[in-house]
Design a protein around this ligand. Structure first.
Ligand code: ADP
Ligand code: ADP
Length: 231
């Protein structure tokens, strides 16, 4: 099913057209990869989906309903989460505390520490991430594990579509592998994933659907089965 659809979306900043006529379809159980050089419009696309900017033309539909988000909170409330490169994790705080950080209101006041730890551990384990000591500060973990914690938190708090902003850009081969494996688990669990990346190899390892932006326009939109090596 389509969770998020953009039709002919444009965004201009004054007289700069950052996006022009962009259409895309994000489905549950698929990883939609968005590739493009600097200036292609990737950040602008993220900002529109995340509720930081409004598009200036075209339409966005979330689960069929035409939508313009007026804040990130509104986007989150509709099941759209964005995990930025800086992750919004507190490096000195424990894994379990980070898991609930910023969601204290939504997680209810009644939860005790043991319960929060149990949930954080279970949510991570479900997706193949085992962190033996959830009391460790997040800053002591690997970059790949940190990405996965930020993503797991978004999923636990209701994301159906997760936008990943260059999640492997700062990582080496091994840590990128941790994150890519996690992305494939997200896909298998039926989430809609938008994977923004500069790295075509990483995109190809996990992607079902590939969109290339260039100077604000979609120059390629292909599903995996449409890509062929023997043309
Ligand atoms: P990317 O993330 O792919 O590098 P951006 O979305 O940041 O691309 O930028 C797309 C275009 O929009 C670029 O030409 C950029 O200079 C311009 N742009 C981005 N943000 C702004 C802004 N706040 N004001 C004016 N121009 C902007
Ligand atoms: P907001 O509207 O959310 O306050 P802006 O659109 O002003 O944010 O800026 C958001 C980001 O876009 C910042 O990181 C800024 O550096 C970048 N940016 C702003 N203007 C431009 C521009 N002309 N070209 C490229 N990037 C820009």
């Amino acid at each position: 099913d389509s969770l998020l659809v953009m039709e002919d979306v444009g965004k201009s900043y004054g007289n700069v057209d950052a996006l022009r006529g962009v259409s895309m379809d994000v489905r549950g159980g698929e990883v939609t990869c968005v590739l493009g050089d600097n200036g292609a419009g990737k950040s602008t696309l993220i900002k529109i989906i995340a509720g930081l900017h409004a598009h200036t033309s075209g339409t966005m539909r979330v689960e069929g309903k035409e939508t313009v988000f007026s804040s990130p909170r509104e986007a989150q409330g509709r099941g759209i989460a964005t995990v930025y490169q800086d992750l919004a994790l507190a490096p000195l705080m424990s894994v379990w505390r980070n898991f609930f950080l910023g969601n204290e209101m939504r997680s209810g006041f009644g939860m005790n520490i043991a319960e929060m730890k149990r949930i954080a551990g279970e949510e991570l384990q479900k997706m193949g991430i085992v962190i033996p000591d959830l009391d460790r500060p997040v800053g002591a973990l690997s970059g790949g594990q940190r990405q996965c914690i930020a993503i797991a938190r978004a999923i636990y708090f209701g994301a159906k579509v997760v936008i990943l902003d260059e999640p492997t850009a700062a990582l080496g081969v091994k840590q990128s592998g941790v994150v890519l494996k996690y992305i494939s688990k997200m896909r298998d669990s039926g989430l809609g994933v938008v994977f923004i990346t500069h790295n075509p190899h990483h995109a190809y390892l996990v992607g079902n659907h590939f969109i290339i932006l260039k100077l604000g326009r979609v120059v390629l939109d292909a599903h995996r089965n449409e890509l062929t090596l023997d043309q």
